[in-house]
Write a protein that binds this ligand. Structure first.
Ligand code: ARG
Length: 577
């Protein structure tokens, strides 16, 4: 698709002195008020270069580019050249591109030949996959999809928290109070109850902590009995996690969690020590980061057991050697900011210049209307329960609103309730700038009228219904989109919609650069609102065939763009609701 901004910069560069097309592109503006044109070129910088008043330059430039076919009007206002696109030309370019590219509309090859790792979700084994994990899971999945769409080769890694002293606690608790049957019946809830009990008991009897530490040390040494229990906890937990991933439609390329690096730690320790970075401190080994105003990185504990941070360093080195990433992205809560700053710095001190390619993408906290969560106290909300409840409530809403009364079979209704309920929870996660803390509120998530998932999905289904009712005309115009009479879609509401569709590929680029799926979320909401306005303002299914075809083509493009946007969020776009 033509990049109009670039094209305009090229044309303007022929009409001015002293600025390159690239420089012009930088200063080209998109006025908020469309009365000032679709693009505006401020001439202040040229005044010096051309030794003329900016107003005079603007007038001169306006005159010399006014004849370009892509403009319907060019005028100078003060020091600005305001350019109005020819809506017909603009429409033809945009709509033929969407009709040709379909599900690929918005895809680019920016990342060609480069590999991006996206690490996300990474729950802890034997602990609940709770509502707090949903952010990493849903945001990470979307970032992966965006990078894939930008043409990167991608690897999705679930860095499972399947190692560490907590397994010493879990095994200790299981041995003292556990029962195999209970674990098999409801693994995570049972294991969690052991964990809670461990902390209660350890308050009374601190020697339990000691026992747990020793147990973990045996696990690290590969003792058979500990290893088997650990493996069993891991397998059972993973089964539960998989159920949630299935519901969300999320997959991973690798489940190499923390334990995967247990045999890759010695090398890190040796390397750190060879490079003179390790220091002894009260029996523990640290890397001093004082120079960088950071607390020291604790590499091994005084009992010799390895730590979270060390496993992250080992994992990064492994990933560089194994995948040769261009970017290594970590979607992890902002509570871990310091952790990432510390170990990125350690990797840099080790002399690895790819430290700069490691990116921590933090996000804010989720709280519940009922108050905060605490794993240790067993106060958690399980994600699986949230998703089930969302589907359940959506089913009810669909019934009540009787949106689909008589239109959907029972089976389709069930399918739709899933798409919409789960989509609503995901969309909600991706709606705010990710760094903001937020409170999960049911009333907001499932609202069909607000800027929500159900609203966007419903708009998509509405556009689909329009297209279905004029199948023949639609096929005719899709066979020759360039031949459509664009003069029928020159109204303000049609043009607003067109502009948003045109900008979608740029929104994908912006979202990728900022690691911010909410850019896409915002954009699909804008398109949905704009389509609904167009739908409300104008008759699409008119008698005049040429007019109908042009409007169907625009409807088709709006629907397709919403679908592609939702796909990048990991959300389904139902044809009927
Ligand atoms: N398992 C950790 C948690 O639930 C998150 C892991 C983040 N990833 C990493 N490479 N440290 O808090």
């Amino acid at each position: 698709m033509i990049d109009f901004k670039k094209e305009i910069a090229r044309v303007l560069s022929g009409a001015v002195e002293g600025l390159s097309a690239d420089e012009i592109q930088e200063i080209l503006e998109i006025p908020a008020d469309t009365k000032l044109g679709d693009y505006a070129f401020p001439c202040f910088r040229l005044a010096k270069l051309m030794r003329k008043a900016p107003q005079a330059i603007a007038a001169q430039v306006a005159e010399s580019v006014a004849g370009e076919a892509m403009f319907s009007k060019v005028e100078s206002v003060g020091a600005y050249v305001n350019m109005f696109m020819d809506r017909g030309e603009f429409g033809r370019h945009t709509l033929t591109a969407v009709a040709a590219e379909k599900d690929e509309f918005g895809r680019s090859d920016l990342g060609k030949g480069k590999l991006a790792i996206v690490e996300f979700s990474s729950p802890n084994i034997a602990k609940p996959f709770h509502i707090g994990h949903i952010r990493s899971t849903v945001i990470g999945n979307s970032i992966y999809k965006i990078y894939d769409f930008l043409g990167y080769q991608t690897v999705r890694i679930n860095h499972l928290g399947d190692y560490g002293t907590q397994f010493g606690k879990m095994i200790t608790a299981y041995r003292r109070w556990g029962n195999r049957q209970d674990v098999e019946q409801s693994p995570i809830k049972t294991l969690l109850s052991y964990y809670v009990k461990f902390h209660e008991e350890a308050e009374k009897d601190p020697s339990l902590e000691e026992e747990a530490r020793a147990t973990f040390a045996r696990l690290e040494n590969g003792e058979k009995e500990e290893k088997e229990l650990w493996q069993w906890f891991r397998d059972e937990s993973l089964k539960e996690f998989m159920r949630v991933y299935d519901m969300l439609g999320i997959e991973f390329d690798s489940y190499a969690g923390e334990s995967f690096y247990s045999d890759k730690m010695q090398r890190v320790l040796d390397e750190l020590s060879d490079k003179g970075l390790l220091k002894e401190s009260a029996g523990a080994q640290i890397v001093d980061l004082e120079e960088y105003k950071l607390p020291p990185a604790l590499i091994t504990k005084s009992d010799g057991s390895s730590l979270y941070i060390t496993r992250d360093i080992a994992a990064a080195i492994y990933r560089k050697e194994h995948y040769n990433f261009h970017k290594n992205i970590y979607v992890v809560a902002s509570q871990q900011n310091l952790h990432f700053q510390q170990w990125f710095k350690v990797v840099e001190m080790m002399g690895y210049d790819w430290a700069k390619d490691c990116v921590h993408v933090p996000f804010g906290l989720v709280s519940l209307e009922e108050g905060t969560m605490s794993t240790r106290h067993g106060r958690v909300v399980f994600l699986e329960d949230v998703l089930k409840r969302a589907v359940e409530q959506t089913r009810q809403i669909i019934h009540e609103k009787s949106i689909s009364k008589g239109r959907l079979s029972e089976e389709e209704m069930e399918e739709t309730a899933k798409m919409v309920g789960i989509g609503a929870v995901m969309f909600n996660e991706l709606s705010n700038a990710k760094i903001k803390d937020y409170t999960f509120a049911w009333g907001k998530v499932l609202n069909f009228e607000g800027e929500t998932g159900p609203y966007v999905q419903y708009t998509h289904a509405r556009a689909a219904a329009v297209l279905r009712s004029a199948e023949e005309s639609l096929q005719a115009v899709l066979a020759d989109p360039a031949g459509a009479d664009m003069s029928y879609i020159g109204s303000d509401s049609a043009y607003q919609l067109l502009r948003l569709i045109y900008r979608f590929p740029q929104a994908v680029v912006d979202a990728g650069e900022k690691y911010e799926p909410s850019v896409i979320t915002r954009h699909v909401v804008d398109i949905a609102q704009s389509f609904n306005k167009f739908y409300h303002d104008e008759h699409i299914l008119v008698d005049d065939e040429a007019e109908k075809r042009a409007k169907l083509l625009l409807t088709y493009a709006a629907k397709q763009t919403i679908k592609n946007g939702l796909a990048l969020l990991g959300i389904a776009a139902p044809e009927r609701m």
